[in-house]
Structure formats: structure tokens, C-alpha cells
Design a protein around this ligand. Sequence first.
Ligand SMILES: Cc1ncc(COP(=O)(O)O)c(C=O)c1O
Length: 300
Amino acid sequence: VHVYAPAYTPAEVECLVGLADHIYFNSPEQVARFLPMVKRKPGIEVGIRVNPGYSNATLGGALYDPCAPYSRFGTLPADLDKLPWGDIGIFHVHALCESLHDGSVGLIRHVGRAFAPYLKQVKAVNFGGGHFINKLGYDVFALIDAVKAFRAEFGVEVILEPGAGLVVDAGYLVASVIGIHRNEKDIAILDASASCHMPDVLEVPYRPPILGSGEPGVHPHTYIIGGKTCMTGDIIGEYSFPKPLGVGDRLIFGDMMQYSFVKNTTFNGTPLPDLAVLEEDGSYRVLRTFGYEAFRDRLG
Ligand SMILES: Cc1ncc(COP(=O)(O)O)c(C=O)c1O
């Protein structure tokens, strides 16, 4: 188990030393404060997150770039000599976001060039997440070559921790049209919501795919697709369809497994969708439903 946070409370570290195999700290301040606690538990490897000053976030601008100016993530190169390298086993960087192989390889080579004296003092280097490994066009062999070359040059293990890249373009959210409205443009209101069920649509922002739809004007019937919450900006986007939408029509959103699942909320009383598996033989299995009790139990 690898654990990282930009800062911990003492109670968290006390708990984590019983659970984690590797604990990563963000700054010399956190290392100085918590190293004694970690050292009391033999066998835990300590990592340090470094801000490598390498940016390759392909979306979201500074909001998704861990190395953007004033980022709170990672020890700056100028502060590395303040660290007790004898107690640190893992050199960690996380600098990518939905990056193709050029980002992964670029980061690996940059770290090799910029941090060689420190790399020689650790057992492992963790190149973080943001490697969009399963995205069409990602050259996995370029990544493998870069990892092999890095390992050979520095004699270290290499760790990668992609999240989104493992499930890219997987998972569907099936929503229903529950109202049609007109205000100069046609508007379809769903039982799903950008702010509740796909917050990254608003945060990044990005446009999720809807199966069978096109950009506005591509098909004859264009709609603004909105959620049912009170938030004015709860708009998923503008999409066109071959046929007019009507109440009860289903819209299937793609690429919903990444951060949509883990960041969703029930704001405004909007129910969460069931989690279900559609088997290849067409059978449908509900894994989990979220009712009022789930909402109540979270609020206390
Ligand atoms: C330290 C660290 N590692 C790995 C990840 C996973 O990133 P992704 O899901 O973009 O691959 C994140 C996400 O923010 C992260 O902060």
C-alpha cells in the first residue's frame, strides 16, 4: 500500500503506519515532523514527493497541472538538500494529466537529467499517475523503453501509479430525459447532473461523449443538456441528435468510470445512479443502489 497526501495530521500518520507499506511526504517540514513516528514501525519505506518542474497536463490548464506556478505539490529542487536522504527510499514525482507517451517519456528523461545525484541515493523512483496508458495512440513500448533505460542508468526500481489511464473510455452513465424546455434553444433536462454525477465536466471542463450524438448542428436536432439541480451552471453541454428528444428517452454517456464515480454527490437531493454491470449476453446485474439512508448516514 502506497500513501501520499500533501499534508497529514499526526492522527492520520499514527493510523497509516499500521496500514501502509510506503508513506510519501510532500515537504521537508512534513518529513521532519513525522519521520520519527514512521521509523518506530520497521519496514515502512519513506518517499518524498518532488516538484520536478515538468508540465505535461493535456487538459484543465493550471487546475490540473501539478507543476503549475505556486503548486502545493512536492518539494522544490532548491529544498532537496534539506532532506535526510539516508532515511528516504523513494523519489516521487507526479506531473502528468491524461498525458500520452511523449509526456511519460519526457518526464522520465527530465527526472534523469535534473535529479541524478538524488536518484543515486534511493531504492525506487515513482513516476506518479497521469500516464494515459490505455488511450488510443499511447505508445506503451516507448514507455517501456524509457523505464528500462532509466532503471539501467540509475539502478533503481520504477513505480508507476496511473489511475484514469487504466479505465479510460470505460464505463457508462445511463440517464433519462425527464423534461423538455425551450428558451430560444431546445433544452433537455435529465435525471443526471453535471455537478452531481460528472463534476469534472464543470471543473476541467470537458465534454463527455453521448452515444449517437454529435456537435451542435451536426444532426438536425440540437439541445442544451442540463441537470435537474438548482445550480444554473449544471449544464453538460450542447449536443445534436438525429431525432427529437422526448421525455423518457435514454442518453448514454461514455468514459464515465474515471473520476465521475469517485467525485459524485447527491447535491440538491439528486439521487446517485445505481452501479450495475451489463453482461455481454445482455443480462443486467445491479451491484449497488444508493438510497436516502446512504445520504443520511453520511450527514449524521
Ligand atoms: C500522487 C498521485 N498519483 C497518481 C494519481 C493518479 O492520476 P491519474 O488518475 O491521472 O492517472 C494522482 C491523481 O491526482 C496523484 O495525485
